[in-house]
Design a protein around this ligand. Structure first.
Ligand SMILES: Nc1nc2c(ncn2[C@@H]2O[C@H](COP(=O)(O)OP(=O)(O)OP(=O)(O)O)[C@@H](O)[C@H]2O)c(=O)[nH]1
Ligand SMILES: [Mg+2]
Length: 786
């Protein structure tokens, strides 16, 4: 039954007020009667000509803005019951039905009339801090919120909205307290309000908002669904499909997103096109999607001949019309892993125990809205050598109590030992080059001296020359490396050659070569860390430390695809003053990394990651003067190669509307390099002409005055270059974070920034994002000429 409240305003005070509004804010003139779409209620509010309309805080006078009648009408319904000093003479307020029950639709939507201002005091152009009513979207500043919302028995609602259902777009923000409210209330009050917000009856999902297999749910069906042993997570209003036999559950027209308790009596019968599949392969009457077909094939299920499968809740399957079980989908060890990478659901440990926890529940019990089991996926990609593996390993070390298993450590040990031999090989190659160079120079000077007849013969030894034994070892090692069989020499190498490595490392020729390591391009900077401990590392009882693993190259995974699931460490509310701690500690995150090589031509495998919440793209800042060969064999600047990959990924259809966080990594290396090598060495940065103050203090230290260092200017400039590029390609805002991948705190801060971006995303309807998209880039007091 739909009723309405008619609000009528008469008298000069209102019309005068409207005409006094500043032109930019002037609303359309008030209509004499405003009808609210407030179900089940009907009434009439009349403000007499003599009514005094004033605020106790003098807000009107301060900005000279009075209220228009349309604003008054809605304000009245919200505030007249609340504020003694907001005097509205209520001549008549006659509900046709005074016993109106809470209803589903919000009473009033305040549109742009006071966009950005506090609804109550009208102050604040574009309020930076505000609290929003969950029902009607009215926004309040810190001064007004407590008076406008009262004791909040149903959470953050204007007093007049109490009893009304929340705006469904705000469901994701239920129980997530704003900083402003945290500041205004004490911690116990915050908890109480947030608890009320989550669990009070009127804020629960209305059953008819959920449609399963084309049928809106009844109250009992929703209770059944929410109280089964394995309910859909974070159920929101929408259209879903449900395969009652296997428990597969998904959004209408999409692949399955979870496996819930089977055999629930909810919704209608499933339809063939429920998930919009186009594979001609069927499971329990539903045509499955491509990605499911791929999963079945990888799980070893024969799918030739457009079969119709009957899949049970335990994963056993048979072809329709046949009696014998053909196998178990979950039988193969790797199937769950495949599903994880294909973003398909796997059965939870509850899903096979069908039925309800409380099957006789007829009264509404409050479901657990805490996000058990939700995993937020973050995809980490970048051009080769940008530092993705390092960041991935940092995440493991930071957030896992046992970052690497015994098996992993065993393999990593062999990798590190192989790397050390490879670094030695590169060093020995360098030694040969230096020796040849020196010999050439020596010969030149010898022949010069010879012609003048002033010098005795100097021989053919230089400081880079080694003895025959070491030379034989060097030749053997270089030959093994060239043949690509370095791995094959283990574990024998550790027993046989360690004494030789020790001798080599102590040899003056190697020491002289190592002094000139910067001239050996093939030697990665991290090699020093291992070479200086080569002898210790090459013993049989060497155990790699976490730091060794972090620095080690090539340990993430053999195929370049790896994932780690974690929660951010729990901090207590006392530590942080933050009540989101519970939510944060329960939320699970999965960091997935894949090597750029593994993405296939045109990154076609990216479609496997369609349900990630955030893509983290990693760029090495110090690549600006480095070169590598592109796909066509052309030698190209690595920053340009990174940019190309970035362009391909951000414009990939899978990531349309996806948030991106750009990690500008290796800031430490960059800070040193930029002092020596101009940024303009990379063509893309040819217009970098920073205005540098003469009293700029030494290199990177700007603590004495506020002048930014060259590395700050340059890194900021690069960030802006990427932001502009991203915005031109996607029309969206790129988040940027400057990172030192080898420093745990830096990676921790960046990943937490990623978490915040995901959170903002969830809260988007409630959150007006200021351009806070340059993490770790200090508030810039300088301009960049770009
Ligand atoms: N100085 C410095 N070195 C870093 C940083 N991050 C990574 N590295 C080093 O850079 C090298 C490449 O890093 P990886 O993490 O292996 O990079 P990747 O993107 O996985 O590269 P590939 O897997 O080889 O394509 C390693 O030697 C790292 O130790 C950083 O922030 N600073
Ligand atoms: Mg890697």
């Amino acid at each position: 039954m739909q009723h309405s409240i008619a609000a009528e305003y008469t008298g000069s005070s209102v019309s005068t007020a409207a005409s006094e509004l500043p032109s930019s804010d002037t609303p359309s003139l008030p209509s004499p009667a405003i009808t609210f779409d407030r179900s089940n209620c009907s009434g009439r509010i009349t403000v007499s000509p003599t009514s005094v309309i004033a605020f106790d805080d003098g807000a009107d006078e301060s900005n000279g803005v009075s209220e228009s009648s349309s604003e008054l009408s809605s304000r009245h319904s919200h505030e007249c019951s609340m504020f003694k000093n907001f005097i509205v003479e209520k001549e008549s307020f006659d509900y046709e039905d005074n016993d109106c029950e809470p209803v589903d639709s919000p009473p009033v939507r305040r549109e742009s009339i006071r966009k950005g201002k506090c609804y109550r005091c009208l102050k604040g152009n574009r309020l930076t801090e505000k609290e929003t009513c969950l029902v009607c979207d009215a926004k309040y500043c810190a001064n007004c919120v407590l008076r406008a919302m009262g004791s909040m028995p149903e959470g953050r609602k204007c007093v007049g909205c109490i009893g009304y259902s929340i705006d469904e777009s705000k469901r994701g923000s239920l129980g997530k307290c704003s900083r402003m409210l945290r500041r205004l209330l004490n911690i116990l009050e915050v908890r109480q309000v947030m608890k009320a917000e989550r669990f009070c009856e009127v804020n629960q999902l209305p059953p008819n908002y959920v449609c399963v297999n084309g049928k809106s749910l009844s109250f009992e069906e929703l209770v059944t669904l929410q109280n089964c042993s394995n309910p859909p997570k974070k159920l929101k209003p929408g259209n879903y499909w449900y395969d009652k036999v296997s428990g597969f559950w998904g959004k209408e027209g999409q692949k399955p997103c979870s496996i819930i308790t089977p055999h629930l009596n909810v919704g209608g019968p499933i339809t063939q096109d429920a998930s919009n599949g186009n594979t001609q392969v069927f499971i329990n009457g539903r045509e499955i999607t491509k990605v499911e077909l791929r999963m079945l094939q990888l799980a070893g299920v024969q799918c030739a001949g457009n079969p119709h499968f009957w899949v049970n809740e335990d994963g056993s399957y048979q072809e329709e019309g046949q009696k014998n079980t053909r196998g178990y989908i979950w039988g193969k060890a790797g199937t769950k892993l495949v599903c994880a990478f294909l973003s398909l659901p796997v059965p939870s440990r509850y899903s096979t125990s069908c039925g309800f926890l409380s099957s006789n529940v007829v009264t509404r019990t409050v479901p657990d809205y805490v996000e058990h089991g939700i995993v937020h996926k973050l995809l980490l990609v970048g051009y080769s050598g940008s530092g993705t593996s390092t960041i991935f390993k940092q995440a493991k070390i930071l957030y896992k109590s046992i970052p690497f298993s015994e098996d992993e450590r065993g393999n990593i040990k062999l990798t590190i030992q192989t790397n050390v031999y490879a670094y030695l090989g590169i060093l020995l190659e360098g030694r040969e080059r230096f020796e040849e160079e020196s010999l050439r120079n020596l010969k030149k000077s010898q022949s010069l001296l010879h012609t003048t007849g002033t010098s005795p013969k100097l021989g053919d030894k230089t400081i880079y020359s080694i003895g025959t034994r070491l030379k034989a070892f060097s030749d053997w090692l270089l030959k093994t490396m060239v043949s690509g069989k370095l791995d094959a020499i283990f574990p024998a190498a550790t027993r046989e050659y360690t004494p030789l490595v020790e001798e080599l490392w102590n040899d003056s020729a190697i020491k002289a070569t190592y002094e000139r390591r910067n001239e050996i391009e093939m030697l990665p900077s991290v090699a020093s860390y291992f070479l200086e401990r080569a002898v210790q590392i090459l013993t049989t009882d060497y155990e790699p430390s976490d730091l060794d693993i972090l620095y080690a190259e090539g340990v993430t995974s053999s195929n370049g695809l790896a994932s780690v699931e974690f929660s951010f460490p729990q901090s207590t509310p006392e530590e942080t003053g933050d009540t989101d701690y519970l939510h944060d500690s329960l939320a699970r995150y999965e960091l997935i990394t894949i090597h750029a090589r593994g993405l296939g031509d045109n990154c076609k495998w990216l479609e496997m990651f369609e349900d990630v919440g955030l893509v983290i793209f990693c760029v090495s800042l110090s690549d600006y003067n480095q070169f590598s060969t592109d796909g066509n064999g052309c030698v190209t600047n690595k920053m340009i190669l990174s940019r190309k990959l970035f362009e391909t990924i951000v414009t990939h259809p899978t990531f349309e509307k996806m948030d991106f966080l750009l990690i500008l990594n290796k800031l430490d290396e960059f800070e040193q390099k930029i002092e020596q090598v101009p940024l303009t060495q990379c063509d893309w940065f040819s217009d970098f002409h920073p205005v540098i103050s003469h009293n700029r203090p030494g290199s990177n230290n700007n603590s004495i005055n506020n002048n930014p260092s060259i590395s700050q200017l340059a890194s900021h400039y690069i960030a802006v270059k990427f932001k502009r590029l991203y915005s031109s390609l996607t029309g969206q805002n790129l988040y940027v974070s400057l990172v030192k991948g080898l420093e745990p705190d830096s990676v921790d801060a960046s990943l937490k920034y990623g978490k915040e971006i995901l959170k903002w995303n969830e809260e988007k309807p409630n959150f007006s994002l200021s351009d806070d998209s340059m993490h770790s880039i200090e508030e810039s007091s300088f301009s960049i000429d770009c």
